[in-house]
Design a protein around this ligand. Structure first.
Ligand code: GCO
Ligand code: MG
Length: 402
């Protein structure tokens, strides 16, 4: 069996997606996601100009060997561009293997460990009242877990506040939008939001919050402590994690569960966090962290330390990543939760998929492979459009973490 073609498809049904389609001499093809929000074309070139030509003629069944070839073989290891390209190849190859076996991917991985994948949705509002109402709306839709982000009094454009209600999309301009951040105002406000949410809806639902890397370790410790009475499912990205040691300080001060990993690319980014039990959830997902092959390695390592998974699932991860992640989540023993930001109907039309939502759970469906395809005719209607994530500055103009 041989790979005959590896083609990159770029489409923008409201936001940019980069998709790899690998074809074989046996007529079976596989699909992988290679989208890197705001830096899409770098991965397009990596795949089209560098990695794809090396794949032609290789045996697609040798997934592990091809993964190592992409990782060690480049000499230049890791990084978001390289790992998104490797992930796209890996996801497409698992799709092919599962189709060859005539199985849904979760069966090939080891079979179902659960009946449904618990997801969390995004409730966000311009202010406290609107956010409280939004959380109520998500509860009404059947969600068991909800992330709450709100506009902060005195701050224009706080993180996570969308323009629409269902389809929040941060990459909103052809050049980065500039937003303003103030930690003091946020620290003063966020505990009040969760106090109100618990007072309104009680303690039956899981509530989550994303700090989006904006606090220093001591500020994050302070926030975690202040949130303890409201029993969050997790506090996400409370501080940047390039220095994994930073989480030690946060951990010493709070019992609020901690989650991190959406911008990690390999097991090396989370090795110390996991083995020192500094986090509770590891949020790496398929496209960011080298595909199914590498994500499995991370999850197995995390299981030794009772760290559970919590795959990133924002709209910049295409339905292909969502489908593959759901098969992974269905199998992985140490599953925690899956993020679920809904794609627009235009995106769903470009990527026909077998997964579906019911009662707070996503289900991967029983299609063979990972169950997500790309309709190239519809995709061709939406050409690439430059779009960047915003940047954040402190009130005095200092560039901060968005
Ligand atoms: C999340 C994330 C996203 C990111 C986005 C960047 O938890 O869902 O923080 O909203 O900001 O994926 O491209
Ligand atoms: Mg996040």
């Amino acid at each position: 069996m041989k790979i005959t073609d590896a083609r990159v498809i770029v489409t923008c049904p409201g936001r940019n997606f980069v998709t790899l389609k690998i074809e074989t001499d046996q007529g079976v093809y596989g699909i992988g996601d290679a989208t890197l929000n705001g830096r899409e074309l770098a991965v397009v070139s990596y795949l089209r100009d560098h990695l794809a030509p090396c794949l032609i003629g290789r045996d697609p069944r040798r997934i592990e060997d091809i993964w190592q070839y992409g990782y060690r073989g480049a000499y230049w290891r890791r990084g978001p561009v390289t790992m998104a390209a490797i992930a796209a190849v890996d996801t497409a190859l698992w799709d092919i293997k599962a189709k060859m076996a005539g199985m849904p991917l979760y069966d090939l991985l080891g079979g179902k460990s659960r009946d449904g994948v618990m997801v969390y949705g995004h409730a966000n509002g311009a202010d406290l009242e609107q956010t409280v109402d939004e959380v109520g709306r998500y509860i009404g839709m059947g969600y068991k877990a909800i992330r709450a982000q709100s506009g902060v009094p005195g701050l224009k454009d706080a993180y996570g506040v969308g323009r629409g209600t269902m389809y929040y999309e941060p990459a909103d301009a052809a050049l980065p939008t500039e937003t303003v951040w103030d930690t003091r105002k946020s620290l003063n406000f966020v505990p009040k939001l969760f106090e109100k949410l618990r007072a309104t809806y009680g303690f039956d639902h899981h509530l989550l919050h994303d700090g989006h890397h904006r606090y220093t370790p001591m500020e994050a410790a302070n926030l975690g402590k202040a949130l303890e009475p409201y029993q969050l499912f997790w506090l996400e990205d409370c501080t940047p994690a390039e220095n994994q040691e930073a989480f030690k300080l946060v951990r010493q001060h709070t019992t609020t569960p901690l989650a991190v990993g959406e911008i990690f690319n390999t097991i090396w980014d989370c090795k110390d966090l996991i083995q020192n039990q500094l986090i509770d959830y590891i949020r790496c997902t398929v496209v960011r962290a080298g595909g199914i092959t590498h994500l499995r390695r991370i999850a197995d390592f995390a299981a030794l330390y009772q760290v559970r998974t919590g795959s990133h699932g924002a709209t910049d991860l295409s339905p292909v990543t969502m489908g593959a992640a759901l098969h992974f989540d269905t199998w992985v023993p140490n599953f925690g939760i899956q993020e679920y930001m809904r794609h627009t109907p235009e995106t769903d039309e470009v990527f026909p998929h077998a997964y579906s939502f019911a009662d707070g759970y996503l289900h991967p469906g029983d299609a063979i492979g990972h169950g997500v395809d790309i309709d190239e005719t519809i995709a061709a209607r939406y050409p690439y459009k430059p779009a960047y994530l915003p940047v954040a500055r402190l009130e005095d103009g200092t560039l901060w973490n968005w």
